[in-house]
Design a protein around this ligand. Sequence first.
Ligand code: UD1
Length: 346
Amino acid sequence: MSKQKIIVTGGAGYIGSHTVVELIEAGYEPIIVDNYSNADRGIIVQIEKITGKTVQHYELDCNDLAAFRKVFEAEKNVLGSIHFAAAKAVGESVANPLKYYHNNLQSLVNLLQLQLEFGLEYLVFSSSCTVYGQPEKLPVTENSPIQKANSPYGNTKQICEEIIEDTVTSKAKLKAASLRYFNPIGAHPSAMIGELPFGVPNNLVPFITQTAAGLRESLTIFGHDYDTVDGTCVRDYIHVVDLAKAHVRALDWLQSQEQNSLHEAFNLGMGKGYTVLEIVQTFEKVNDLKLNYRLGDRRPGDVVKIYGNVDKASHILKWQTKLGIEEALKDAWRWEERLKGIELVK
Ligand code: UD1
């Protein structure tokens, strides 16, 4: 039997590239669609080195419907898609909301339109715990209230889930899973792929590794007087390889469902909260180094404390995290060290 093809938009990005590796290892044939606006072309070669397989890839913007349609025309018998392609910088989304509404919403609308036109029944959507805002009750479950988003980025994730829900409600032949990620960190244990932020990183762990590598002078911990055990914010961090595997499980699960239309949301995290200081100290401990950091002002818009209940993913998708923050922070550092030796195209 020929392998089942899956279109992976944003497949050269951080979570996308790790998912492509897991798809190949599970016997799928991923087809990457990426415009490389926030990914390096060299990642494709790295994926091929890890898996020993060549990967079909198209350079285009999912917002360009005509170009995107050509992929569907060229690739016969595609089973479904995993949709990562989106802009994801919270601060930038506040400064430039229209970029986010245009890019993140239009690309999904185009994908859904093409899926229905070409009969692709399965969709795994890259959503976020940001849909919960600052929850009143922790841990958050999938039934926790969706609150007003605290950024245009967060709002695009909420609206995208609604677009999928409305499409399913219209009785379109579509089975979809929205995966609500908590904070993905770490890198592939081979250190061949990992997070590759362009410019100054917004996220905590790439900022930590770049500081340890001497690319940044010092890490600022945003806020140290919050109502938490040590005054710094609490997040639910998840190793990117565990997260990538959940996408394969979601795809398998969707195929086992009998009804024509469905949409389910799943929290994906470790189900535990760690403070920013705990992350910094664990990074220092597992990698045996000292990090230059200082306690600074709060970052506007930060949620104080969030972690998830991940029982639904565990029961329904038969998925569990296997890696902890120690492995994730070791792998993140190994990747940062290896980056110097990798020839990147951009
Ligand atoms: C947020 C969203 C997440 C989204 C992500 C996209 C929430 C709860 N999470 O993640 O859904 O996908 O943005 O980028 O809304 N920090 C520092 N110093 C730094 C950088 C970060 O102290 O230089 C702290 C932050 O204040 C925060 C923690 O580290 O407490 C994690 O921050 P970050 O990695 O940016 O992720 P979130 O803001 O949690």
